[in-house]
Design a protein around this ligand. Structure first.
Ligand SMILES: NC(=O)c1ccc[n+]([C@@H]2O[C@H](COP(=O)([O-])OP(=O)(O)OC[C@H]3O[C@@H](n4cnc5c(N)ncnc54)[C@H](O)[C@@H]3O)[C@@H](O)[C@H]2O)c1
Length: 437
């Protein structure tokens, strides 16, 4: 394929060299003449392992050429990859100036191009940037219409500097966000045969994925560093600890605990976080990440209370209020906090939880329910149908299987407020609400 690559920085040069090594004909474009000249002499403008060899090979095979001429690059390629910088402004906001400039230039060239050009951004950009900045800028400067006369897609880059060539050829995944399936397939051809999942999705999801990745990586590093400081103060080798931690691929290095939903609770997580936070205070350590977790969890509980108040409905039913499905344990269940706040604010509540009903009659929790939360116990009903009968709002509080029918067996005007994404919500009614989806 003939490809033009805009921005000959880390992402652009590595992409140029790697795509040329896969047999594509690459035109690199940069406003910086020195970078253009270096590339045309087969010299890498950046320090990166394996890159000089790839560039020498590409130059020898006449598969790479660099220019400052946008029009030439667009007219002589089918696809343009945008790899210009998206730095922070002083206030932290994303500076899209380079993206806008490059799109204005590409648009001018599309104006007089007959074939339908494809513009794929690889620069990291916030969700909405393609639809709110890239497409309008291209539409305006080309005088044409995206989706009809040319196409836009987003293809986040996951390479790391220092191992960039290896990462390009061994991506953790390939993600293409685009609204036109044939165009997605065409872009996928660039990466044919590379390892890892090939994911086709929307522009916004592809944009968001890159931020989720990088924010999570930052979270991992910060978490490990805070644990490291605690261990050091205690005279424990943090690497020994983390080497054991990472061997748990069931709960730690796993897909578990990654789906947005309600706050955490139960008899362990809140208690153990408090203990570690108290310990760090005693050790005179600052661990802002660990300290923030309970605060963030409380914000999640508060957001549910605020949302319920904003609905302006008084008759609320709660389906499932133990901290997760399959248990009767109510200790530190975040739903209990929601219930107690709503009682205090005069809401008319009915509660249903099969496991708590059993526990109320027998078992270890009988004493806890009857003595510690009798005000809650007295609001319990015996079946889900008792909630469906007369509640204006029903909260799905945990993942108990029988709650799936709340998506279909409730009345049109009953609001279903889901904390757990109980089932397939694609066809959910307009009265369905998810806590964070
Ligand atoms: N560096 C990384 O490891 C990495 C990894 C993944 C994603 N990203 C993202 O990729 C994007 C590029 O990052 P980078 O590190 O390669 O940036 P960079 O600053 O190294 O390179 C950007 C290049 O774009 C050029 N440029 C600016 N305006 C231009 C225009 N109008 N036309 C042509 N060229 C123009 C600049 O001269 C510069 O050479 C950023 O959004 C970044 O967040 C970077």
């Amino acid at each position: 394929m003939n490809i033009s690559i805009f921005g000959l920085g880390y992402v652009g040069v590595v992409s140029s060299a790697c795509l040329a090594s896969r047999g594509h004909k690459v035109i690199g474009v940069d406003v910086n003449e020195t970078k253009v000249e270096l590339l045309n002499n087969g010299i890498s403008p950046i320090v990166e392992k394996d890159l000089p060899e790839l560039l020498t090979e590409a130059k020898k095979n006449k598969l790479i050429f660099a220019t400052t001429d946008t029009d030439y690059a667009v007219q002589n390629s089918e696809i343009s990859l945008i790899c210009v910088g998206t730095p922070s402004r002083p206030n932290g906001s994303l500076n899209t100036k380079y993206i806008e400039n490059v799109c204005t230039e590409i648009g001018k060239s599309i104006r007089h191009k007959e074939k339908k050009h494809i513009i794929v951004s690889r620069s990291t950009m916030l969700p909405g940037t393609n639809k709110e900045i890239i497409i309008p800028t291209l539409d305006k400067s080309s005088g044409k219409k995206e989706g009809e006369d040319f196409y836009v897609a987003f293809n986040p880059e996951f390479l790391r500097e220092a191992t960039a060539v290896y990462d390009f050829n061994n991506p953790p995944k390939t993600v293409i966000g685009c609204d036109t399936p044939e165009i997605t397939d065409k872009i996928m051809e660039l990466y044919k045969g590379l390892p890892g999942p090939m994911i086709k999705t929307s522009l916004e999801i592809a944009e968001m994925v890159k931020y989720v990745d990088n924010n999570f990586h930052a979270l991992k590093i910060t978490f490990a560093n805070e644990i490291g400081h605690i261990c050091k103060k205690l005279g424990i080798d943090s690497h020994d600890v983390m080497n054991i931690f990472i061997q748990d691929t069931k709960l730690n290095i796993s897909t578990y605990y990654f789906k947005p939903g309600f706050a955490f609770g139960g008899s362990c997580l809140p208690k153990d976080l408090r203990a570690i936070n108290y310990l760090t205070k005693m050790l005179d350590l600052e661990t802002p990440l660990l300290n923030s977790l309970i605060t963030s969890n409380n914000v999640q509980i508060l957001s549910v209370i605020k949302e319920l108040i904003s609905l302006g409905k008084k008759k609320i039913g709660i389906a499932g209020f133990s901290f997760k499905a399959g248990t009767d344990d109510l200790r530190e269940s975040p739903m209990i906090e929601v219930i107690e706040t709503l009682i205090g604010k005069g809401f008319d509540l009915k509660l249903y939880d099969k496991n708590v009903s059993i526990a109320k009659l027998m078992g270890a929790n009988k004493e806890y329910i009857n003595n510690h939360i009798p005000h809650i116990s007295s609001l319990m009903v015996e079946s889900l149908d008792d909630l469906i009968k007369d509640r204006e709002v029903i909260i799905i509080g945990n993942n108990e299987k029988e709650f799936v029918r709340l998506l279909t067996d409730t009345k049109e005007d009953q609001i279903i407020y889901d904390m757990v994404r109980i089932g397939d919500i694609q066809n959910a009614r307009s009265n369905y609400r998810g806590i964070c989806w």
